[in-house]
Design a binder for this molecule. Structure first.
Ligand code: UD1
Length: 416
């Protein structure tokens, strides 16, 4: 039962509502640790990464419950500083707890975090930057212990842009002594959401959404209620499915303002996009593609998380194209599975060349990571015949119910 069966070749037609954002929920759940009392989060998605984060918070002594769609985190009884290795091991975002826990308790021991296998994904910059803020860190074989009786604000000039590092440093800085400058800071919408959440709780953060953040430490933060924004990557995945099948779908609540590069790429590749007050109306094959290439990058550039679904769009588009991956070195893992399905794709270093004239065939393929797994489902929707995507648990890390959502969009799809 860890698989999805897809009867391919059907044009998508319908409407689905886009869930809350995974990448916004995880750091915001970590941020609740900074606040004594109960925070309330609306629109937190029911996905396994969020469950793991909630479990981590519970194991640290927090009370976490979900009632009537609202996640409540009470951090009054925060006690433990050692995190259970099974949850830390499966999810890279557990590193986010480091900055927050240090700020709240001054001491953390944890194993190195896991997560999707899409590159080396070291945490050297997290540790190096926290050391500059006065945190003592001792690495052991499998993990590390970090300690700081006081975190000092400082100017942090980073060698490259990192989403996770920016988030971790924000969490370490909001209750620190003095002023912290983070430069270059990542500008992803999920970082803006984290800043919005913290500012509403009383944090002093300037420059949210820019590449320079200035954070003035405050003594304490107050409990707040916050609504998690919709997931731009999930919206982009269903958009790509519509493009592959030539359908017409409405993505309710899709965060149109945060999807500019994806929408612009979709239009270049032949889709029509209507930005409506309630979401996005996508018409899959509206006109001839004018350019079939893309380069991934930090926000506002084309997101690396959307690269695999768009590789499928390009494979069936009828036009040759190429993808240059600049963020994660290992994001081409699905190429071998797509080739088995009949896609003409070759990879040279960080560039994939797609012949664009593929007729995909449904077959049994294996998800190896989250976004690549979702892209295999998209490929099976575009393929002839029946396809099965195994290792569904990777997809469940980020999609609330991909089968239900795609059924709402008219797909012939079921659990297998
Ligand atoms: C986050 C997102 C992920 C997205 C990625 C890039 C979450 C939960 N995950 O991941 O979906 O694909 O941003 O937009 O929000 N790096 C180092 N050393 C470090 C930290 C990072 O070398 O200490 C490297 C990474 O290996 C990678 C690059 O920096 O090559 C960017 O990674 P980063 O922005 O940190 O990604 P994540 O925060 O892990």
């Amino acid at each position: 039962m860890d698989a999805i069966r897809i009867y391919g070749g059907k044009r998508l037609e319908g409407q689905t509502t886009i869930q809350g954002s995974k990448n916004a929920s995880l750091p915001i759940l970590a941020a609740t640790l900074l606040i004594k009392g109960t925070c309330e989060l609306e629109n937190c998605p029911d996905i396994s990464d969020v469950f793991h984060m909630q479990r981590l918070l519970t194991s640290l002594g927090c009370k976490v419950e979900k009632k009537e769609g609202i996640v409540r985190v009470n951090t009054e009884c925060l006690s433990e500083c050692d995190m259970p290795s099974d949850s830390v091991g499966v999810m890279r975002s557990s590193i986010m707890l480091l900055g927050a826990l240090l700020a709240r308790t001054g001491y953390v021991c944890m194993e190195y975090p896991g997560g999707c296998v899409i590159g080396a994904r070291p945490i050297d910059l997290h540790l190096q930057s926290l050391r500059k803020m006065g945190v003592r860190i001792e690495e052991t074989g499998a993990g590390f212990c970090a300690e700081a009786s006081k975190i000092n604000g400082t100017v942090l000039r980073l060698p490259f842009v990192s989403v996770g590092v920016t988030e971790n440093l924000i969490l370490a800085a909001v209750l620190a002594e003095g002023e912290t400058v983070i430069e270059p800071a990542a500008r992803e919408p999920e970082i803006q959401a984290l800043c919005e959440f913290l500012i509403s709780a009383g944090a002093q953060i300037e420059g949210s959404g820019t590449d320079r953040l200035i954070i003035r430490g405050v003594r304490s933060l107050r409990p707040v209620r916050y609504r998690i924004p919709a997931d731009r990557i999930v919206a982009g995945t269903y958009l790509s499915a519509c493009m592959c099948t030539g359908g017409r779908v409405f993505l309710k609540d899709a965060p149109v303002n945060h999807m500019e590069s994806v929408l612009e790429t979709a239009v270049r590749m032949g889709a029509a996009i209507d930005r409506e007050p309630e979401g996005i109306l996508v018409t899959g094959r509206d006109h001839e593609s004018t350019c079939n290439s893309l380069i991934t990058g930090c926000y506002p550039a084309f997101p690396t998380d959307m690269q695999s679904p768009f590789m499928v769009v390009m494979a069936v588009s009828g036009h040759a194209g190429r993808i240059e991956e600049t963020v994660f070195e290992n994001r081409f893992r699905i190429v071998s599975q797509l080739r088995r399905m009949g896609a003409g794709i070759t990879v040279q270093g960080s560039t994939a060349y797609i012949d664009g004239n593929s007729r995909l065939k449904g077959m049994i393929v294996q998800a190896e990571e989250l976004r690549g797994g979702a892209a295999l489902v998209v490929a099976a929707l575009a393929a002839e015949g029946t396809g099965i995507v195994t290792n569904r648990h990777y997809i469940d890390r980020g999609y609330e119910d991909i089968v239900l959502s795609l059924r709402e969009l008219g797909a012939d799809i079921e659990l297998a």
